[in-house]
Design a protein around this ligand. Structure first.
Ligand code: BT5
Length: 256
């Protein structure tokens, strides 16, 4: 347990050497009654996960691989809001701690110079219409050596070290993320909206105003990304000029 947490998010921090996936550990701990705000951090993940069964490369000692256990009193349909809160918190935190000008690619990527430096994986445990727990997983390439990545990931990934030009303390970044996340998350819990987070997501968005390709299951559409709704959904204008909202899915921004 490392002493970097605040009075709520990160009050209890569990630090592991090597795990399968911090999200899997967090789920298990949540099911066994872990406190709201518990944080799990690992030096290395052997089975780090992305969305839709994809894998997340998590080499030893150089990245931030962590998960936060949350127990909000919300409906399952609201879980996607947590991803937006997290993206806003991580973007703000990396900017503050490193000075790197990160952008947010809706819905779950933090990017630097058009390359992915962080991914977010939100998972949920729910019964009927109530959320039992939400796990938000955050993976950040801090001092990771991207040259060691497989060819297809190397092309799309970057690290904070590559941006700053030197090694950066992972602890400083974790600390900043937990503080930022707590601020934005409490605002959501107390005021029942995510306005502050959405404003940050809009400010740093690399998606808005661009042509995007949206893949959802078998369907694929080309559209223009117009705005984020107050719930954090993407508002798009499709090829026939109609506006519609997208809850989640694969979004590729043309040119990125
Ligand atoms: C994500 O999925 O971006 C969510 C990643 C969440 C990782 C964290 S680490 C702590 C916690 N525990 C876990 O097991 N997971 C969470 P997605 O949007 O599906 O993107 C996955 C894709 O990103 C892969 O298919 C690769 O192309 C690429 N990728 C894999 N590892 C990467 C890395 N380290 N840096 C940048 N891109 C990577």
């Amino acid at each position: 347990i490392i002493e970097i947490g605040s009075n709520f998010i990160g009050k209890h921090i569990y630090h592991f050497d090597s795990v399968d996936s911090t999200n899997t550990i967090a789920k298990k701990m949540a099911a066994e009654g872990a406190f709201d705000g518990t944080v799990i951090i690992a030096e290395e993940q052997i089975g780090g996960r992305g969305r839709l069964g994809r894998s997340w490369i998590s080499p030893k000692g150089t990245g931030i691989w962590m998960s936060i256990v949350l127990r909000p009193n919300i409906e399952p349909t609201e879980a996607a809001k947590i991803t937006q809160i997290t993206a806003a918190a991580v973007a703000n935190a990396i900017r503050k701690a490193t000075g790197c000008e990160v952008g947010i690619k809706w819905p779950n990527d933090i990017i630097i110079h058009n390359k992915k430096v962080c991914g977010i994986l939100t998972e949920m445990g729910a019964e009927l219409n109530s959320v039992n727990y939400i796990i938000v997983g955050i993976g950040i390439n801090v001092n990771v050596d991207i040259k060691e990545f497989p060819e297809e990931v190397k092309k799309i990934a970057t690290s904070i070290r590559a941006c700053v030009g030197k090694e950066i303390s992972r602890k400083d970044i974790v600390k900043e993320i937990l503080l930022e996340f707590q601020k934005l998350y409490l605002d959501f819990i107390e005021n029942k909206n995510i306005k502050k987070s959405i404003d940050i997501c809009k400010k740093y968005s690399v998606t808005l105003g661009k042509q995007v390709k949206i893949k959802n299951r078998d369907k694929e559409i080309i559209a223009e990304a117009i705005d984020l709704t107050e719930d954090g959904q993407l508002l798009i204008k499709n090829e026939s000029g109609e506006m519609q909202t997208v809850i989640s899915g694969e979004v590729s921004v043309r040119g990125i």
